[in-house]
Design a protein around this ligand. Structure first.
Ligand SMILES: Cc1cc2nc3c(=O)[nH]c(=O)nc-3n(C[C@H](O)[C@H](O)[C@H](O)COP(=O)(O)OP(=O)(O)OC[C@H]3O[C@@H](n4cnc5c(N)ncnc54)[C@H](O)[C@@H]3O)c2cc1C
Ligand SMILES: NC(=O)c1ccc[n+]([C@@H]2O[C@H](COP(=O)([O-])OP(=O)(O)OC[C@H]3O[C@@H](n4cnc5c(N)ncnc54)[C@H](O)[C@@H]3O)[C@@H](O)[C@H]2O)c1
Ligand SMILES: O=C1O[C@H]([C@@H](O)CO)C(O)=C1O
Length: 444
């Protein structure tokens, strides 16, 4: 590609964002807010549509047809945080060039050029890598690519899943993390026979305590969902029609299924940017507190960025939308204003399930901070429950709340950010979630 830039001089771009996902949408907004988008910004996207709020794909998108599912253009960024809906027209009106379905396949840092799959050569002034993650897959040799086996990362995946759900009777969900929990709850809305299979002994092992997980598992069981815990998949088998027909577990047991949804984690999409510098511990492109990589004028944001999590003094990758939004805003603001402001992120995760009309119980939870130290759980899940993570110095490090009011939820980031010393005995003796939150508030 060495001479490409000279040949394709008309392909010069001042700012290029690679990846048209959640972070890209918020980055584009920040360019517009600073009057720096018009004729100067180009987004190179693998997908066929402008950036959208990815969380919707395992929530409103999977409502059954009669329960008014969410569809594009309804949830383009930045509506998820109460902002403007940036449709394809919005990008045009703001003079932003978007190349659709044309992923970047090659990168040359010396000549500052990118090559897309259609063969376009783009020379950039500044490059923002926002390629996100891709779903981890089960190997092809154990049936990971059989018809009827689904992964869910983008709207095309979600469309394919919806068409399978319409015909499905028995579904198997592999993985007990976010996708597993959200897709299994969605399947209840379609009245499908649903089994979740995962290797750990409880759901959401990265965040939930065993006791918290038990409450949610019971709710899923009341909705008819079956759990197979501590189990690994040996292979997925196909029926005579070539479609998946069962999951065979390592212990030899067989779980029948006409549709399988795999949610076994995500991998940062670093290719073709490996040379920019990959962090070996957490994966992803390594950046500093202003999202600058090791190469001048190249930045990385969102799921793919391995950044300094200042509060906890460690390098982290965060695969959640709040960080995608905030990292995008922070990176573009510091880039365009030359303000040397360090990103100081407070981790925030949430989920909402059983939201469809007619569901017997909606659930919605939020977590802020770090889930380290001992835990104190308050409440019976009727509907509220709270968990507090407290370190050996009695500092509150993390807090989880189910079914809070907006006022209660707004207390959580204050607590997790300031990490007050709490009276553990008093917190343990709290008679209700409201009481526990009041005790925590009074320690601020
Ligand atoms: C189904 C689902 C539900 C989720 N729900 C929640 C939730 O409820 N709450 C929450 O906090 N988080 C949730 N997340 C996580 C959240 O969506 C991500 O953290 C967020 O999308 C990250 O934004 P991003 O821009 O970094 O990556 P993405 O949004 O994944 O965007 C990356 C984009 O880059 C494109 N791309 C990749 N490689 C190339 C290339 N070489 N050239 C061009 N384009 C490329 C991809 O196709 C994609 O469009 C969910 C994720 C999924 C998959
Ligand atoms: N509400 C949310 O924040 C939300 C919702 C959906 C998706 N997401 C994001 O989407 C991405 C993918 O989600 P996910 O649920 O797949 O990842 P995850 O990391 O939350 O969960 C993966 C789960 O897969 C299981 N697992 C791992 N390896 C396995 C294997 N070989 N066989 C069987 N099971 C295995 C484990 O039970 C683990 O909990 C993540 O980045 C996640 O943060 C977030
Ligand atoms: O952050 C989110 O954005 C979407 C949706 O609210 C957009 O309309 C969604 O389901 C989230 O959790």
């Amino acid at each position: 590609m060495a001479s490409a830039a000279a040949v394709f001089d008309n392909q010069n771009r001042e700012y290029v964002i690679v990846g048209g996902g959640n972070a890209a949408g918020y980055a584009a907004r920040t360019f517009v807010e600073h009057g720096m988008a018009d004729g100067r910004l180009c987004i190179v996207s693998k997908e066929a549509v402008p950036p959208y709020e990815r969380p919707a794909l395992t929530k409103g998108y999977l409502f059954p047809p009669e329960k008014k599912p969410a569809r594009l253009p309804g949830f383009h960024t930045c509506v998820g945080s109460g902002g403007q809906r940036q449709t394809a027209e919005w990008y045009k009106e703001n003079g932003i060039e978007v190349l659709y379905e044309d992923p970047v396949e090659a990168f040359d840092g010396k000549t500052q050029t990118l090559k897309t799959s259609s063969g376009k050569i783009l020379k950039y002034g500044s490059l923002i890598i926002s390629t996100g993650c891709a779903a981890a897959r089960l190997p092809e040799k154990i049936g990971g690519d059989l018809p009827g086996v689904h992964y869910i990362r983008d709207v095309a995946d979600a469309d394919s899943l919806v068409s399978s759900l319409g015909k499905a009777k028995k579904i198997v969900v592999i993985g007990g993390g976010y996708i597993g929990m959200e897709v299994a709850a969605a399947a209840c809305g379609w009245n499908l026979d649903t089994t979740i299979i995962f290797p750990e002994d409880h759901i959401m092992p990265r965040l939930f305590t065993p006791s918290l997980a038990k409450k949610y598992e019971e709710l899923y069981e009341q909705n008819g969902v079956k759990f197979v815990k501590g189990a690994l998949i040996d292979k997925l088998d196909a029926g005579s029609d070539g479609r998946v027909s069962s999951a065979i577990l390592k212990d030899g047991s067989v779980v029948e299924a006409d549709t399988v949804i795999v949610g076994i984690g995500a991998k940062p999409s670093v290719s073709p940017f490996e040379a920019v510098g990959v962090n070996i511990e957490v994966g992803g492109i390594e950046v500093d507190s202003m999202f600058r990589t090791s190469i001048p004028s190249i930045f990385a944001i969102g799921d793919v960025a391995a950044f300094p999590l200042k509060m906890y003094d460690r390098i982290a990758r965060v695969e959640h939308v709040d960080h995608a939004r905030k990292s995008a805003q922070h990176c573009i603001e510091t880039l365009l204003t030359s303000q040397a402001k360090a990103y100081d992120y407070l981790p925030y995760f949430y989920s909402r399930v059983f939201e469809y009309e007619g569901s017997s119980r909606k659930i919605w939870w939020q977590f802020y901070g770090d889930n380290v130290g001992e835990t104190i759980e308050v409440g019976n899940f009727d509907p509220k429950i709270a968990t507090f993570w407290i370190d050996s110095d009695s500092r509150l490090k993390g807090v989880f709340l189910e079914s809070g009011t907006s006022e209660e939820f707004s207390l959580l980031p204050k607590l997790a950010r300031s990490q007050p010393i709490v009276d553990k005995a008093k917190l343990k003796s709290a008679t209700s979630v409201e009481d526990a939150l009041e005790i925590a508030r009074s320690s601020l």
